[in-house]
Design a protein around this ligand. Sequence first.
Ligand SMILES: [Zn+2]
Ligand SMILES: [Zn+2]
Ligand SMILES: [Zn+2]
Length: 341
Amino acid sequence: MRNPATPGAIAESADLVLPLLSPRDLAAAASACRSLRAAAAAVTTRRAADAARSLEPLPVPFHNRVDSKPYAYFLYTPYSLARPAPGASSSPSAQPWGGAWARPPVPTWPRPSLDGFPSTVCGCACEAGECGGPRCTCVDAEADVADTGSEGGGMGSLRECGDGCACGPSCGNRRTQRGVAVRLRVVRHLHKGWGLHAVEALGRGQFVCEYAGEFLTTEEARKRQRLYDELASVGKLSPALIVIREHLPSGKACLRVNIDATKVGNVARFINHSCDGGNLHPVLVRTSGSLLPRLCFFSAGDIMEGEELTFSYGDARVRPNGLHCFCGSSGCCGVLPSEET
Ligand SMILES: [Zn+2]
Ligand SMILES: [Zn+2]
Ligand SMILES: [Zn+2]
């Protein structure tokens, strides 16, 4: 029988517990004894090696030559989560990250249905290989907005197959549904904090990532925005709550979608704002069988290896003492966009 107090046994059980700890609790554990210190250091190294926690097809490492922060702590989700009903246990509060056992990347397929919309309606009935073609009903009239770059500025729209369709994961009309398949990394900047960079060159119109987080009601989004503004103004938080307004063709109605990636999100939460519009083209993607559109990013033009990925957070600047913008573009107006939520 093994003595449970041996350093080996401590390290072994530590690997069950430490990956669940926040950075602060991890540091506290590391100060307890030498073998825990080594185990905690290993967890930190593995966390820094993959922001996506093996939940994407490729690891997304952190890279910091500016200060001593090894990684950013948040809960990872490869796709957006519908906000649970009030009173229900909210988003996950702990998620193991940095354990020793190497987990193969989890396939991001099939995705959970976002809104429980009956999955037998409003999809296509294409045979294998037909999707996206002339007979597929899951294609927009003004089809490939995502391929045309962002000349017009603003937001593109795209339709894809989804839960309501007869086709499966190999369908060619689901290019935004297979997770992050381009090489990215999260780089620390002196003033901007973390930013998302391409590690490989990207061609124009290539799918980069979805903006994944929690879908919020507008009421909840306003509540959180007030709190985030306070915390951000004293440098305690980098909020990642995005509000998308889409004017419906009628011109009268406006659809509003709120996605919060501050606590729970994917790599897109690290994408910084650029006053010149950036190199990513935001596209609202609708999938057949789902009511909520998803926000996805495509490269707006050719992107060089190592280049930072950015998009415009918006034009409105309603808070006079808004946060400083460090985008560095020639058209930079010095203040980050902010709007009345
Ligand atoms: Zn189809
Ligand atoms: Zn399809
Ligand atoms: Zn379809």
